[in-house]
Design a protein around this ligand. Structure first.
Ligand code: SIN
Length: 302
């Protein structure tokens, strides 16, 4: 609460550009997110349309489409227009499309997949450029996804904190989530009818990334830590790292940095995983939610 009171925007983020020719772009909040209209993602997109979608992604960090009709093959083909696809080593892909992750919560499940603020797969050498999520079945209420702008999170820090963080690197791993001792390995998760996960010792592997990264396409600096996968600062213990990391996890997702997306069947979200965090809200007990995700591999953060 105090944090929100102390924060004031000193420049506009997420303002609409007017020079799109192939698509219409309507911003969703003052922080990030825009709905794109005038595109049928199931069709073959020409290069100019793909370039404009990519520009909208860079401008708005996460873009949304409504009333789409994507098959898994079409989703994979769409995602490949933006780069090579990632196959998740610890979570279920579709039998015929291992590169398509099944994001599912069954009616009887208590937990959901991705229900914590995070960026995808930061426990890898080259964390994703972005993910494209397509909604097949959505709950009658709830099940929204939140997104948080990490340029804003960085810009809102004091100069002293920005300077200090710029010299730090952080250790990321999937252990807290996907190791045999991780939370997806708990009995209740394993009984889920939802996304099937394969806890593994491999999840303990560690990767080091800068705490503040420079976005390779926009050249802007953003915060690059997340509560799910950032373990500690390089060269420090977990205990030493925790207070500052906890502060950053909380700071990174201030309400003023976020937008909230309400899903409908046929909705698509495409987020830039390099500069945005997301959180799937688990507020729909007794309802089913089924989405498919294609994840585009990115570059080594610098
Ligand atoms: C994810 O983290 O990929 C899942 C997001 C969602 O289900 O909204």
């Amino acid at each position: 609460m105090m944090l929100e009171q102390q924060f004031a925007l000193d420049r506009a983020y997420n303002t609409p550009a007017t020079d799109y020719r192939r698509i219409a772009v309507a911003p969703l909040s003052g922080a990030c997110g825009a709905e794109i209209r005038g595109v049928d993602l199931a069709g073959t997109l020409d290069d100019a349309t793909v370039a404009e979608v990519r520009r909208a992604l860079l401008d708005h960090l996460v873009v949304f489409f409504r009333e789409q009709a994507l098959t898994p093959a079409r989703l994979a083909a769409l995602a490949r227009r933006f780069g090579e696809l990632h196959v998740h080593p610890f979570a279920e892909g579709m039998a015929e499309h291992p590169e398509i992750l099944v994001v599912r919560k069954a009616k009887t499940d208590r937990f959901n997949f991705g229900g914590e603020w995070h960026a995808d797969v930061t426990w890898s050498e080259t964390p994703p450029l972005g993910s494209i999520l397509y909604a097949e079945r959505v709950p009658a209420w709830g099940g929204d996804t939140l997104f948080a702008n990490q340029y804003m999170a960085y810009d809102a820090l004091s100069e002293g904190m920005q300077r200090m963080l710029s010299g730090l690197r952080a250790v990321h791993s999937a252990a807290r989530v996907y190791a045999p001792t991780g939370y997806y390995a708990a009995d209740e998760y394993q009984r889920m009818g939802g996304t099937q996960v394969r806890p593994s010792e491999q999840a303990r592997r560690e990767y080091v990334h800068p705490v503040v990264r420079t976005h390779p396409e926009t050249g802007r600096r953003c915060l690059f830590v997340n509560a799910s996968y950032t373990e500690r600062f390089e060269g420090m213990t977990r205990e030493e790292s925790r207070p500052l990391l906890e502060y950053l996890f909380e700071h990174a997702v201030r309400a003023a940095f976020t937008c909230r997306f309400r899903w409908q069947t046929g909705s698509v979200a495409f987020w830039d995983n390099r500069c945005v965090l997301h959180n799937a809200i688990n507020d729909y007990p007794g309802e089913e939610r089924l989405l498919y995700r294609a994840t585009v591999i990115g570059e080594r953060p610098a």
